[in-house]
Design a protein around this ligand. Structure first.
Ligand code: TXA
Ligand code: MG
Length: 344
């Protein structure tokens, strides 16, 4: 398939993209969290193509994207009080609400659930694209299933060129991790996936919040995930990732020791660290004064390790702030829960 790469957003390109969606095509587009791969949420035929292009298991539901919160009743049949408050304060923005679905949303979008994930992205290109499509857009992240989510146009092109109808090459994602998923169908708003809207943000408008137990521990044995995506392998680069957690000095010292021992065995080692230090690794990616900056470069860094043939990589996790949960959740998954505590 020939993929149309769109670099300029104007009336002409938007109209062409709208037409692709109307013809049941699939389009990758930038959002402030990560790039998405979108199709008409009303078309079973179009949504099927998303699962195929990504190689995604079809029991993992998609999020439905809208340009405006006024359109929520088109896809959800109930909007609880907590949802209204969150929308009023944070929409458009990096969060997804789990709501009771309208019957016109096909089962393929929600993987047969009675609920639907609804998100109103803030990115102006995303909103212009959704408006041009004229329908709600079902979209997962625009990566091959299992790989880190794309935060740059080049990541999407690497994964999906030739497999989708169009890719909008917008700028880099500013949040860098996927939206916070908040289930508002129960008594207490519950975070199923942490992200740019933090638990502190939710408490500030709803007064209370629950955090799903599996966010930092993964699923145990035969547990059924509330968010079906939890049970799949995620963000898994070819390099074996280990998270080294604790105080800044302790984690840096531990990483130096691990790197030296791997180097002795001839292993190609990478380090993703928050602090400038002399690690002696083959590839260094230094970043960040807080976890938001860490989130920004995280998925790109995981891809960079692979591009450079890194076999083992150590990630320093020593910063404590509101974005810590979102970063740790992704890191732990990418490391397959291989975590070393270096002490405080
Ligand atoms: O920031 C984001 O959310 C990005 C951009 C493109 O908007 N999208 C994204 O989609 O991350 P995806 O498909 O990679 O992740 C969606 C997650 C999955 O873990 C899925 O299981 C969960 O949302 N999900 C979708 N619908 C759900 C529902 N009705 N109930 C519970 N979880 C749901
Ligand atoms: Mg994804």
């Amino acid at each position: 398939m020939k993929t149309l790469i769109v670099e300029k957003i104007d009336e002409k390109s938007l109209s062409a993209l709208g037409q692709i969606i109307k013809n049941d095509g699939i389009v990758a587009f930038p959002t402030e969290t990560v790039y998405g791969l979108g199709a008409s949420a009303y078309s079973e035929n179009a949504v099927k193509k998303i699962y195929e292009a990504k190689g995604r298991p079809s029991d993992n539901p998609l999020i439905v994207h809208l340009a405006d919160s006024a359109d929520i009743p088109k896809v959800a049949r109930e909007i609880p009080e907590d949802a209204k408050k969150l929308i009023e304060k944070f929409a458009p923005g990096p969060f997804t609400l789990i709501l009771k679905k309208q019957p016109n949303i096909p089962n393929i979008v929600t993987a047969g659930l009675d609920t639907v994930g609804v998100r109103i992205p803030e990115n102006p290109i995303a909103r212009a694209f959704i408006k041009a499509a004229g329908v709600p857009i079902a979209a997962p992240s625009a990566n091959i299933s299992g790989k880190p989510s794309p935060t740059k146009a080049q990541h999407v092109i690497a994964d999906l060129n030739g497999k989708v109808d169009a890719i909008i090459a917008g700028g880099d994602s500013t949040v860098g991790v996927e939206s916070t998923i908040i289930d508002v169908t129960g008594e207490i708003p519950t975070i199923l996936r942490p992200g740019g809207i933090t638990k502190e943000d939710i408490i500030s408008v709803c007064g209370r919040v629950k955090i799903d137990d599996t966010i930092l521990s993964g699923l145990k044995g035969n547990e059924t995930p509330k968010c079906p995506g939890m049970k799949y392998k995620h963000y898994a680069p070819d390099a074996e990732i280990t998270v080294v957690e604790g105080g800044q000095k302790q984690t840096a010292d531990k990483i130096k020791e691990l790197v030296a021992s791997d180097r002795e065995k001839g292993i190609k080692v990478g380090v993703l660290s928050a602090s400038h230090d002399e690690y002696g690794a083959d590839l260094y990616i230094f970043e960040g004064i807080n976890n938001q900056e860490f989130a920004n470069i995280l998925f790109g860094a995981l891809r960079e390790f692979d591009e450079n043939g890194i076999e083992k990589a150590y990630v320093q996790m020593c910063m404590k702030d509101e974005m810590e949960l979102a970063v740790k959740n992704r890191l732990y998954k990418s490391a397959g829960y291989r975590i070393i505590y270096a002490g405080e």
